[in-house]
Design a protein around this ligand. Structure first.
Ligand code: ZN
Length: 322
């Protein structure tokens, strides 16, 4: 896999005590940009500031400068959500969290099928950045697909292999050997925005997807909620999220990799907005309030529930390999 992002400068940031890099626009290669917002790693309360910029040429929004790939590791501690297991959560919360996770997987399946049609038994599906394989588990139960997960976190891979006994590979796209055109569907759910080199990842996704097969992406959506909450918007989650697409910039980036964008569904998760309200109220450091956070976010999210269709925070995008 070839690196596509042009790195202009690498330096040691004293403010962050981490190595950072300044990059050209990952989509068009442009080097002129305008700062949009300054924020911090709010989730883990780390020192230092990050700037979100908008490319002057193509409008792509990305964090610049940003941690180098090795410096990103400390921003993903073991208790980061993507890796959390329900059995490690407080017992009273477990049924609530399981039901939310199941709802999320079934919604994803619905949006996926809105783009690709009903998935046939035996379809070959790869979920990149699969975490503990919740989505593949649901799709296997519902449709009988042959799913394979891919995740770079060794502890998660062992858990899925040994405890769940589901197929998974350890690594990232480009670092594991997968044959050309092997998959009918490749999914990247809340994944691409974390990738330092999204074009290279999409190229590799195209190589392993059969012609006429599909790619599904779930991404943050910069809409009204992001403007209302600014840096306190929960879905900014900088610097774990490095790049923010719009349907327009996504269409361009997909076309360069050999995908045609078919379908974009904008949506939010019920009560998700409550997390942004909590951040805006100054209740950060969710670790300290771990047990309270889900309950409080339900309370603060409730007033928005009747309007959720007007307040999308994610987009689910389906593209065809051409
Ligand atoms: Zn650009």
């Amino acid at each position: 896999m070839s690196a596509r992002v042009s790195r202009l400068r690498r330096f040691q940031s004293e403010e962050h005590a981490e190595e950072q890099e300044e990059i050209a626009c990952p989509l068009c290669g442009g080097t002129r940009s305008t700062p949009v917002m300054v924020t911090r790693d709010l989730l883990f309360a780390k020192p230092g500031h990050y700037t979100l910029v908008a490319c002057a040429q193509c409008e792509l929004r990305f964090v610049n400068p940003r941690p180098t790939p090795p410096s990103l590791g400390p921003h993903y501690p073991a208790d980061y959500f993507g890796y959390s297991l329900h059995e490690d959560e407080p017992p009273l919360l477990q049924p609530f969290l399981r039901s939310i996770a199941r709802g999320i997987s079934l919604r994803r399946l619905k949006y996926l099928e809105a783009g690709v049609g009903r998935i046939q038994p035996g379809a070959k599906l790869l979920d990149v950045g699969c975490g503990v394989n919740r989505f593949l588990h649901s799709v296997r139960d519902q449709r009988g697909v042959e799913g394979l997960g891919l995740d770079f976190k060794p502890e998660i891979v062992s858990y899925v292999k040994d405890k769940l006994q589901m197929p998974i590979m350890q690594g990232s796209l480009g670092s594991v050997p997968l044959e050309d055109g092997r998959f009918d569907i490749v999914t990247m759910l809340e994944y691409l925005e974390h990738e330092p080199d999204p074009l290279a990842v999409l190229d590799e996704a195209r190589r392993i997807t059969r012609q006429g097969g599909h790619l599904a992406l779930e991404l943050p959506y910069l809409g009204l909620v992001s403007r209302i909450f600014g840096p306190n918007w929960w879905n900014y989650d900088i610097p774990r999220h490095l790049i923010f697409f719009t349907p327009k910039t996504l269409e361009r980036v997909l076309a360069r990799a050999g995908f045609e964008l078919l379908h974009v569904e904008k949506f939010t998760l019920p009560l998700y907005i409550g997390m942004s309200v909590l951040q805006a109220l100054g209740l950060r450091h969710w670790r300290k309030h771990r047990e309270l956070y889900p309950v409080l976010s339900v309370v603060t999210g409730l007033p928005f529930l009747p309007f959720q269709a007007l307040l999308p925070e994610f987009m689910f995008c389906v593209a065809r390999a051409v």
